[in-house]
Ligand binder design. Structure first.
Ligand code: PLP
Ligand SMILES: N[C@@H](CCOP(=O)(O)O)C(=O)O
Length: 410
């Protein structure tokens, strides 16, 4: 930070702005366009990048206007529109690049592979970046708890996939033990290299608002590395003079997997890990988050809030987002459901500039959408379901249906 502070904030803003849209290696990546803030000492030849970052900031105009009491400054940061379909690419490029550097001469460290425990997105990102670099990847997955789309990613990318009959927290405990014994580098967000890459999403948001600071940023939380990464990105920009304040952060959890929410509600006095229950937001089905202390730092420093969402709330919020032009994953639904609640309580105001962080691509989680639109979820109304209409293949039948539809009778 001392070295970076030798230059004024305007220097960094201009430098980062000058790299947007560049193809010069590695600055076309949203992460490496901020190389000096991420991993300054790395040689560009050692970087393993798939041109991650630079994701769209979606103006959720209709959702805000029609469903959130006329909110007019609501944005969704589409971190899931990325090479492997989640924000994990941002951190994995930093981590795998550093491993690549360590394995090569002159350092030539004996790292035989890189490993992680995963609910499906970290494993996909690790496998893709390792495959691109020719580094062995080992992933520990909780059997039958991740989507098929997520499962096929490491398989296709040639990783060693261990499907374990336990939950994510069990996988996490095992990978920590294994990486302590074998020359396998740990790729979960315990490793701060991941957070260095992930924090660039926060800097990118500031840049996309022409270095204006939003009032609120809402982030779904599981293992809790990302909430800290966002805080770090915002705080770094404040300390180095790129902006003059930081936004208030909201961490949103599924009610079925909510150890941070419970801790927050206890006034930060009583943290209890738990066995996470099943949730459609399966990538945040985590009961013993490794970055719990970092999350508390981030929330306290930003006057932050923790909210939770039930299964029905998160699925309805996801459906509404989709009906207004998105294709959100259930984790984004958790964050949107938290926004609905904070708007109802009057905590987030109509004119507050608010960013919801979308963490994965909806196409990785289609089964829950299929079940919702089929109204095939036990004890759930599925009030925004839009099932397909079966019609006989003749002109009269088709016309009947369309006329009823146009008259609002279907
Ligand atoms: C899609 C998705 N959203 C949100 C999260 C939560 O991020 P974190 O574990 O950093 O809290 C994860 C992973 O945990 C994820 O895969
Ligand atoms: N959702 C994550 C859970 C692990 O989180 P990490 O950020 O610590 O790797 C996943 O996709 O595996």
């Amino acid at each position: 930070m001392d070295a970076l502070a030798r230059f004024p904030g305007s220097y960094w803003r201009d430098l980062f702005d000058s790299r947007v849209g560049r193809t010069t290696w590695p600055y076309g990546s949203g992460v490496w366009s901020k190389k000096e803030f991420v991993l300054p000492e790395i040689d560009s030849d050692h970087i393993v990048s798939l041109f991650e970052g630079n994701s769209n900031l979606f103006w959720a105009e209709r959702l805000g206007r029609e469903h959130l009491g006329g909110m007019n400054d609501l944005w969704v940061k589409q971190c899931g529109i990325s090479h492997t379909g989640s924000f994990k690419d941002l951190g994995m490029t930093a981590l795998v690049s550093q491993v690549n550097r360590l394995r090569r001469a002159p350092l030539s460290r004996p790292i035989n592979g890189v490993g992680c425990a995963s609910t499906g997105d970290t494993s996909a990102a690790l496998s893709a970046y390792c495959a691109a670099a020719g580094i062995p990847a080992i992933v520990f997955l909780p059997a039958d708890r991740i989507s098929l789309q997520q499962l096929i990613q490491p398989i296709a990318n040639g990783a060693t996939v261990l499907s374990l009959d336990t939950d994510f927290d069990g996988c996490m405990r095992l990978i920590r033990e294994v990486t302590a014994e074998l020359p396998i580098y740990l790729a979960n967000s315990l490793n701060s290299l991941r957070l260095e890459g992930q924090k660039t999403a926060a800097i990118e948001i500031l840049q996309q608002f022409n270095w204006q600071v939003p009032d609120w940023v809402i982030i779904p939380g599981g293992n809790l590395g990302n909430i800290y990464a966002f805080y770090k990105g915002f705080e770094m920009c404040r300390v180095l003079g790129l902006v003059d304040r930081v936004p208030r952060l909201v961490c949103a959890q599924a009610a079925n997997a909510n150890p941070l929410y419970r801790y927050y509600k206890s006034g930060w006095t009583d943290f209890q890990s738990l066995v996470a229950g099943t949730t459609f937001a399966s990538a945040i089905q985590i009961g013993d988050p490794v970055s719990i202390d970092r999350a508390v730092v981030a929330l306290k420093a930003t006057d932050g809030i923790v909210e939770e969402a039930t299964e029905e709330e998160l699925m309805d919020a996801t459906a509404l987002a989709d009906l207004t032009g998105m294709f959100a994953c259930p984790h984004t639904g958790v964050a949107l459901a938290a926004l609905f609640k904070l708007r109802d309580q009057g905590i987030i105001g109509t004119n507050d500039r608010t960013v919801v962080v979308s963490t994965a691509h909806g196409l990785k989680f289609t089964q829950s959408k299929i079940d919702y639109h089929d109204k095939n979820i036990k004890d759930m109304l599925c009030q925004y379901a839009n099932p397909p209409i079966s019609v006989k293949p003749d002109f009269g039948s088709v016309m009947d249906v369309l006329q009823k539809k146009l008259n609002g009778k279907v």
